[in-house]
Ligand binder design. Structure first.
Ligand code: G1P
Length: 290
């Protein structure tokens, strides 16, 4: 079985749910505690042994490339002032040489189209897709749990979790066979089902391990829900010839592409930080007493 070495991060989305914050800053560069959302997702990829990250970017998203590159003036300044801890934190965010590639999705034609744009950079090997506005706080890292499941059952694997009541029609929803622990074989999938027709309340939550044959399905450019080329539709077609499993990973998901979700991630992850947690708790308690 070929190892999972590469991950695709489709970052080109417009960030409509977090406007106006995402008007001039890429959505995935918005802040969670003291670093951009993307920093958490890249750390998760590295913790799962990913060696190469393919960003599918859109126009005006140069800040993403800059974030993972040197800023020599800043680094020299921190060095000269002896701010070694801050400098070490900044340097740890840098891409390793050759670790990152950037490809343009020139039109916003959907998640499936974004993933298809990475086909030449992925080639003929299984790979991960990480929805980059979704922060998964887990130990071991969510994608590492996916890779462990993949090493057990192979094929294609998707993280799922229960959708909030009444919200299932907003997501990709799965139908499952009999569970074995946190893993279950998938029997069906549908993107944004009409309310009341959902096969379950389990939604596709943002991490995928896919076989390269998915690119042939995506290459047909068939449109689905919302007139977009949907990754879910291509997976439904691949499911006719390949196994799919759903994994309910052990951890907490934060949808940072949504105003409340972004705020929740900020509060929850700040409370967990050894250097900030106690002060943040006191601050929140103070605010609640007002
Ligand atoms: C995408 C996927 C959907 C998934 C969702 C998770 O939808 O198409 O299957 O459940 O992400 O956030 P989008 O949020 O782009 O509409």
């Amino acid at each position: 079985m070929k190892p999972i070495r590469k991950a695709v991060l489709p970052v080109a989305g417009l960030g409509t749910r977090v406007l106006p914050a995402s008007k001039a800053t890429p959505k995935n560069m918005l802040n969670v505690v003291d670093r951009p959302i993307l920093s958490y997702v890249v750390a998760e990829a590295r913790a799962a042994g990913i060696e190469h990250i393919v960003f599918v970017i859109g126009r005006g998203q140069g800040a993403i490339e800059d974030y993972f590159d040197h800023n020599s003036e800043l680094e020299q300044n921190l060095e000269a002032k002896g701010k070694t801890e801050i400098l070490a934190d900044v340097m740890a965010e840098l891409a390793r040489p050759g670790e990152m590639s950037f490809v343009r999705q020139m039109q916003p034609l959907g998640l499936g189209h974004a993933v298809w744009c990475a086909r030449d950079l992925i080639g003929d090997e299984p790979f991960a897709v990480m929805l980059p506005d979704t922060v998964m706080d887990a130990e071991p890292a969510a994608l590492a749990q996916m890779v462990a499941a993949y090493n057990q059952v192979g094929g294609n694997i998707i993280t799922v979790e229960p959708a909030p009541d009444g919200h299932a029609h907003r997501y990709g929803i799965v139908a499952l066979g009999e569970r074995q622990g946190r893993l279950a074989p998938m029997t069906g999938m549908v993107e944004k089902p009409a309310p009341g027709t959902e096969p379950s309340n389990l939604f596709i939550s943002g991490r995928y391990i896919l076989q390269p044959e998915i690119f042939a399905m995506l290459g047909d450019h068939q449109t689905g829900a919302g007139g977009e080329i949907q990754l879910t539709d291509a997976m439904v077609r691949l499911m006719q010839t390949q196994a799919f499993h759903a994994l309910e990973y052990d951890g907490v998901t934060y949808d940072c592409g949504d105003k409340l979700g972004l705020l929740r991630a900020n509060v929850a992850l700040a409370l967990k930080r050894p250097d900030l947690g106690a002060d943040v708790r006191a601050m929140i308690e103070g605010l609640l007493k007002r």
